[in-house]
Write a protein that binds this ligand. Structure first.
Ligand code: PPS
Length: 571
């Protein structure tokens, strides 16, 4: 085994000096340049600041093969995760090995120069099998590999020009060397790190505190703010939650630093990777729990990894890594004793309480109680601010139907009823209003209609995101476009599709604007239902029959539907 490296001594970074950086930046402006993806920016930051030490750049083909096959670089160093620069076919074809390229962030700022030594086409199926354990798109990193990552990898050493810029929580971000210097200054020799991508509740606080006590070490809460599992609570909210929990530890024993890592959710390999990264940050002990960095279930509904696979793999490499594993226990609340205890130490017949992640999300969505034994009031307050109960979240009601079907009239009635109830900002995006204000240059070709609906969808999604109610009432004749709008909006709140199912015969008979007559005479071309298609919704949230009932009753039906979906409620 290697001699234990001094945890406080600086580790190598890939940055050049300030003066050289200024010079390089000017020279790099003429190089071919690659605009980094958000994940690549995360990787680059940790490459440059030494978080990924001993890597000196993006993996070459030889290193990549070693990492994929047996978790080792070509020189034999342990490294479990491929850190690769994936690019498009076209860009790869424009580059020759031996060439330098500028790596830019999303605003075009040059962060680094890559001296390309290797250009290769990876076997992605092999990478998925070996690194993530299965070639299954249900795994977030495998999905990324196949559906987002470019087909060609460029490898070679990096010359760091500047750190990626962050405007949030600047005081809480530390490079490995900054953390090492901090530990040195405070005289912290033993430091146990806790990795997390979730809010901390009481059980985590108990567990981390116990881990620190048992290893007689100081504690570093080291949450991921780069990229985590899709669907996780955003890092802004989480960091506010962590800050609330920090007060719960004895003063001066514990600190928090944010890690801009792009997680892969690779379970066992990820645990080893996390350990190496923490070691680089001057940490001596690392907590590995049940199902560490677990990606959830595969497409057959089974877990990708066993619950203790990560601990086992970590144990295997612990000595070589030079960082000690603190296996964490599953903590549960023992009601009779009003405290948390490790689940495996509790005698039979004792009442233990637990709230799963799914149950927590349900209680937040429905505004139900979250007991104090489970979490800290300040954490719950932050979570409720971000995830208000459904009856306070934004949503979109999307009416669709033929011209003259009654969409606008019902949408108006609904809007007035919602205004009568009060307390929720409401916007009506009626077909005619939109065509006047947002889409005045558009006609009625398929392309233009799609563009029109996309614009409505975008505005509605912004309204929904910001907690308002958007009521849309266009014809929206194409099912695929409606589906795209639904997907966009459902990221932020409910999408309630209402089919105003007035038949074309009835609409033509009413002909309130006289348009059907003109359409029949051929004076209006591409008229929906006459000379242009309409895909009737197959599974709308609500279908309204306007022929037998009045407008007020139709609007009532929509309101009742919203109530049954929990979207409007008392207060
Ligand atoms: S779409 O397809 O969703 O973009 O249509 P929309 O923006 O709702 O606009 C429909 C209104 O425009 C008038 N109009 C036509 N409708 C259908 N086809 C053709 N060719 C056409 N030309 C003009 C019509 O008055 C529609 O109003 P509503 O409110 O639906 O009756």
């Amino acid at each position: 085994t290697k001699p234990m490296q001094n945890q406080h001594a600086p580790i190598p970074e890939l940055y050049v000096s300030h003066e050289s950086a200024q010079k390089l930046k000017v020279e790099a402006a003429d190089l071919p340049s690659w605009d980094l993806t958000p994940r690549q920016i995360c990787d680059l930051e940790l490459l440059m600041n030494g978080g990924f030490n001993p890597l000196k750049g993006f993996l070459t083909e030889e290193d990549y093969n070693g990492v994929v096959e047996n978790m080792r670089l070509a020189d034999g160093s342990l490294w479990p995760m491929p850190i690769t620069l994936d690019v498009s076919e076209d860009f790869a074809a424009s580059i020759e090995p031996g060439q330098d390229i500028a790596l830019r962030d999303q605003e075009g700022v040059i962060l680094a120069i890559l001296s390309v030594s290797d250009r290769f086409t990876p076997d992605k199926a092999r990478e998925a099998e070996k690194v993530f354990g299965a070639n299954d798109d249900a795994h977030p990193a495998v999905n990324y590999l196949h559906n987002h990552a470019g087909p060609v990898y460029l490898g070679g050493p990096i010359t760091g020009i500047q750190q990626p810029i962050h405007y949030d929580f600047r005081a809480r971000r530390d490079t490995p060397n900054e953390l090492r210097a901090y530990f040195r200054k405070l005289g912290w020799r033993k430091v146990v790190a806790f990795q997390t991508r979730n809010p901390l509740h009481r059980a985590h606080q108990e567990l981390t505190f116990r881990a620190a006590k048992e290893s007689q070490a100081n504690l570093l809460i080291h949450p991921i703010v780069g990229m985590t599992k899709p669907g996780d609570i955003d890092h802004f909210t989480r960091v506010r939650c962590y800050e609330a929990v920090l007060d719960q530890y004895p003063a001066a024993t514990t600190t928090m630093s944010l890690l801009n890592l792009a997680m892969r959710m690779a379970g066992p390999r990820e645990a080893v990777w996390h350990g190496l990264i923490r070691k680089n940050h001057g940490v001596t002990h690392f907590i590995v729990g049940r199902d560490h960095a677990g990606p959830g279930k595969n497409s057959a509904g089974e877990d990708f990894y066993g619950p203790y696979d990560a601990q086992e793999l970590f144990k295997q490499y612990e000595e070589e890594m030079g960082i000690e594993m603190v296996p964490f226990k599953h903590m549960v609340y023992v009601q009779d004793r009003a405290q948390y205890e490790p689940a495996d130490e509790i005698e039979e017949g004792v009442t233990v309480l637990n709230i799963s992640g799914t149950e927590l999300r349900r209680r937040l969505a429905e505004g139900l109680e979250i007991p104090e034994w489970f979490s800290f009031p300040d954490v719950v307050k932050e979570l409720r601010r971000t995830k208000p109960p459904r009856a306070k979240q934004g949503f979109t009601v999307f009416f669709t139907g033929f011209s003259g079907s009654g969409k606008s009239t019902i949408a108006n009635a609904l809007m007035v009823k919602l205004m009568e109830m009060g307390g929720r900002p409401t916007t009506l995006l009626d077909g005619d209003i939109v065509r006047k204000n947002l889409s005045s240059e558009l006609g009625f070709s398929k392309e233009h209609r799609d563009l029109n609906i996309r614009r409505i969808g975008y505005v509605a999604s912004e309204i929904t995101k910001n907690g308002g109610i958007a009521i849309c009432a266009p014809i929206a004749p194409y099912a695929t476009t409606r589906r795209a709008v639904r997907e966009e909006i459902e990221q932020y709140g409910a999408f309630v599709e209402v089919h105003v199912a007035t038949s074309i015969e009835e609409c033509e008979k009413r002909d309130r604007k006289g348009l059907y007559k003109l359409a029949r005479e051929g004076k209006i071309k591409e008229f929906t239902g006459i000379s242009d298609p309409y895909d009737a919704p197959e599974n709308p949230e609500l279908r309204l029959d306007t022929e037998a009932v009045d407008v007020d009753y139709c609007a009532q039906q929509v309101l009742l539907k919203l109530e049954s979906m929990g979207l409007i409620g008392a207060g």
